[in-house]
Design a protein around this ligand. Structure first.
Ligand code: FAD
Length: 399
């Protein structure tokens, strides 16, 4: 039987391992953590990510998880609400789904398949090469060092990928001038269906209710200033309070002790020029860490997994030679590239406008222009933002 080594059990690695195993490939999924109770990693599933799970046949299982469809998005300019967007009417509204529950669900489904094995507590350290071809990985396990060998290695080990470093593949970094501070407060504010964005010159705050009964708050800060905010403890609430509406301000102040341990999303956005080397493919954040703008990372990673299973699953099951496997891997990059590049480019526009103090940004954020956009440009804007909801290319699971 053909066998694949998948490194990293995030959204990309778990879904890929599941669909490959469903196709009959023997899959060993290596994960350094011993459980999925990971730190907060974002939990908004866009229609594009939900579609990927549906393509993989996991839609019912997804519905059974704690999840919360977003019904309304309210946009504020400082204290005043300038727009209310109903998203409940979309064919598939975005949903908030805690990542640990989603990952547990996918591996539980994979564990029902005979070819699937999850090895937890395994930290990959390096690649095994034979005549310039990747043949497996060296890892540290809870019992000591161990090698894992396979017909192909797929690296899904995230934004700090060790495999990316070992393979020394060239990358293009898109400089980011901001980071995001995340915190959460108990209770769903303003209710269990509404997300909000507070936009201001050099300020941006987003918040949404979580199915776990709290409100998740993300505040955009200048890159490198998190150290100062962390030192404040719950005092950071006082820093952001002047930029939000009175109802949210009261909610935050009342719950500020719950926000005493903010944590940082160090924003990076880059992509490898080459996602493959002989015997190796990188997908998800390992190949192209996404900016948080538009909540895209999970969704793009899930879509990478479906496309990878199509090309590589087919090639592995046909017991293809090495050249054909490598060709399949290059086709995966070719198919995913337009979506990744389009979305990463779109992700740069918002911060450039919102977080600079340029004349253009002040004009765009002025109340009359927002009113004009609401009246005359809403259809145009919806079309422009559609890739954030539905992706750019069609991602369909081959039978
Ligand atoms: C704070 C924060 C907030 C975010 N918010 C959002 C959001 O709202 N919406 C959104 O879509 N995206 C969000 N993201 C991004 C999103 O989490 C990622 O884009 C997505 O998880 C990428 O999936 P992945 O499978 O490629 O990598 P990851 O989810 O990073 O998974 C990589 C896995 O590999 C494992 N691993 C790493 N190194 C090794 C190793 N050497 N050996 C074995 N295992 C290894 C890790 O433990 C991890 O389980 C956020 C990220 C962060 C950090």
């Amino acid at each position: 039987m053909p066998n694949a080594i998948v490194v990293g059990a995030g959204p990309a690695g778990t879904l890929l391992a599941y669909v490959l195993a469903r196709r009959g490939v023997l899959v060993t999924l290596l994960e350094r953590q011993t459980d999925f109770a990971r730190e907060f990693r974002g939990e908004i599933l866009m229609p594009s990510g939900i579609a990927a799970l549906r393509e993989a046949g996991l839609h019912q299982q997804l519905d059974a998880l704690p999840n919360l469809p977003i019904g309304t998005v309210e946009l504020f300019r400082g204290e005043g609400r300038v727009a209310t967007v109903q998203v409940a009417g979309l064919p598939t509204p975005p949903r908030v789904v805690p990542q640990p529950a989603m990952l547990e669900m996918i591996v539980a489904e994979a564990a029902k398949l005979p070819g699937f094995k999850l090895e937890r507590g395994v930290t990959v350290r390096d690649l095994i090469y034979e005549k310039d071809r990747v043949m497996g990985v060296h890892a540290d396990t809870l019992e000591g060092p161990r090698d894992f060998r396979g017909d192909f290695v797929i690296a899904c080990d995230g934004r700090a990928s060790v495999i990316r470093k070992r393979a020394a593949l060239p990358q293009d970094r898109i400089m980011q001038g901001f980071d995001v501070v995340w915190g959460h407060a108990p209770g769903q504010f303003p209710d269990a269906r509404t997300a909000r964005g507070y936009i201001g010159s050099r300020h941006l705050l987003i918040m949404y209710p979580s199915p776990e009964g709290h409100t998740q708050i993300g505040w955009v800060i200048d890159k490198g200033t998190f150290g100062d905010i962390k030192k404040m403890g719950d005092g950071w609430v006082g820093k952001l309070a002047p930029y939000v509406s009175p109802d949210l301000r009261n909610f935050l102040v009342a719950n500020k002790s719950g926000m005493a341990h903010p944590f940082l999303l160090d924003v990076i956005c880059d992509r490898l020029r080459e996602w493959t080397a002989p015997g190796l493919l990188l997908i998800g954040d390992a190949a192209h860490p996404m900016s948080p703008v538009g909540g895209q990372g999970i969704n793009v990673a899930l879509r990478d997994a479906v496309v990878t299973a199509n090309h590589l699953g087919r090639a592995l099951m046909m017991r293809s030679d090495e050249a054909t496997l490598d060709f399949a891997a290059r086709n995966i990059q070719a198919e995913r590239w337009p979506e990744v590049v389009t979305i990463q480019d779109m992700q740069q526009v918002g911060p450039r406008l919102l977080l600079s103090n340029s004349l253009l940004s002040r004009v765009v954020l002025s109340a009359p222009l927002i009113a004009f956009a609401k009246m005359f440009l809403s259809g145009f804007l919806a079309r422009r933002l559609d890739p954030f909801l539905n992706g750019v290319t069609r991602v369909v699971m081959e039978q």
